[in-house]
Design a protein around this ligand. Structure first.
Ligand code: SF4
Length: 360
């Protein structure tokens, strides 16, 4: 299969691994930003192919994991209203809020539907004119264009019953918070290829320079990860710190201009709280005031106070790369994919679910 099989080729993997082993002279910590990359690393046991001098640190790139608990609580409150159908992606339905999750809200009579595409939300709004449809839209820059497009579509189709509960987040401000932290031990970064497919990588250039940290835009297959690591290690060993693009088959420096325009037409940048990390200035997207009649937070004025995280869950430290899932006392005990205590055990991009699936 073009663009997949060749990036899982065992011989290419072996050669890359040998090359990394041959150039490394010191210890380096490299963070992969995206949870999709974490899953590839665990699934293909990439750490076993690396020299012991490389420590991989898993980053915060799981949008479901970082969606703030108060937004989940708001979604649950909306879902329990008889006039509303709450729609979102499958992962979101099982993420714990303060006291329950959206599936539990459904079991209590809430109208919750799982969708596979943002346009499914528009379809549901057309099919249910007597209900208000609230799309719980989360994600990084990757999903922002398609989610923003639903606002255009709702307008074009004259829908008065479509709303969005928007909890989008942006990657570069989160990277800066991690690099600024006193606890930072990151020497190099694999940035998320799909985010850069949309946004390009110009935003990362000043970050790499300011924090003297090489960054490589990297894809999601084993050959991508090992190529990205080779590029990072090569820079580190040579004292360089610039941005390189390993994922050239999908990413241009300037990104996708059309998608960026859709995002900036509908959304504006705002401060956003990240679950487990806290408020990160200018790290989120909110609906622009000209589209505020689609903004569920404004239209329904939902107030959630007194939200509460599980005492035992250390997801915040895992998302910041300070701990690994095995460090959590609840991992594989009280917390499993069937009964998750925290979002990283639910999400397809969560580090805890990756360790649960691919390690013993
Ligand atoms: S294993 Fe469960 S409780 Fe522990 S950090 Fe991960 S999600 Fe939280």
């Amino acid at each position: 299969m073009k663009y997949v099989d060749e990036y899982r080729d065992a011989e290419s993997v072996r050669l890359l691994s040998e090359k990394i082993n041959s150039i490394i002279t010191r210890n380096w910590n490299v963070m992969e930003i995206c949870g999709g990359q974490t899953h590839t690393i665990l699934k293909y046991r990439i750490e076993e192919l690396l020299p012991p001098q490389i420590t991989l640190i898993h980053g915060p790139g799981c949008p479901v994991c970082v969606t703030p608990i108060e937004m989940i609580d708001k979604a649950i409150l909306l879902a329990l209203r008889p006039d509303i159908i709450l729609v979102s992606y499958g992962d979101m339905l099982r993420v714990p809020g303060s006291n329950s999750d959206l599936l539990e809200a459904k079991s209590k009579g809430g109208n919750v539907k799982m969708i596979y595409s943002p346009l499914d939300a528009i379809k549901i709004a057309e099919q249910n004119p007597d209900k208000k449809i609230v799309f719980f839209a989360v994600g990084f820059e990757t999903t922002a264009p398609a989610n923003a497009f639903t606002i255009f579509e709702a307008e074009r189709r004259g829908l008065k019953n479509y709303f969005m509960l928007c909890s989008h987040v942006l990657v570069p401000p989160a990277i800066e918070i991690l690099l600024k932290s006193e606890k930072n031990s990151i020497n190099g970064i694999l940035t998320a290829g799909h985010v850069c497919t949309v946004m390009g990588y110009e935003e990362y250039i000043p970050l790499a320079e300011k924090y003297k940290t090489p960054m490589v835009v990297t894809g999601f297959e084993p050959v991508d990860i090992l190529s990205g690591l080779l590029m990072v290690i090569y820079q580190l060993e040579n004292g360089n710190c610039f941005v390189e693009n390993q994922y050239g088959r999908a990413v241009r420096k300037e990104g996708n201009i059309h998608s960026k325009k859709i995002i900036s037409d509908v959304f504006e940048i705002t401060d956003r709280k990240w679950r487990g990390i806290g408020l990160i200035p200018q790290s989120g997207l909110k609906i622009k005031s000209k589209y505020s009649h689609y903004d569920a937070e404004i239209v329904f004025n939902i107030d959630t106070t007194g939200f509460d995280e599980s005492d035992i869950c250390i997801a915040g430290e895992i998302l910041q790369g300070l701990k690994k899932p095995g460090d959590c006392p609840a991992f594989r005990k009280e917390c499993t994919p069937e009964i998750p205590l925290g979002a990283p055990m639910v999400s397809a991009e969560g580090a805890c679910s990756a360790y649960y699936r691919y390690t013993k």
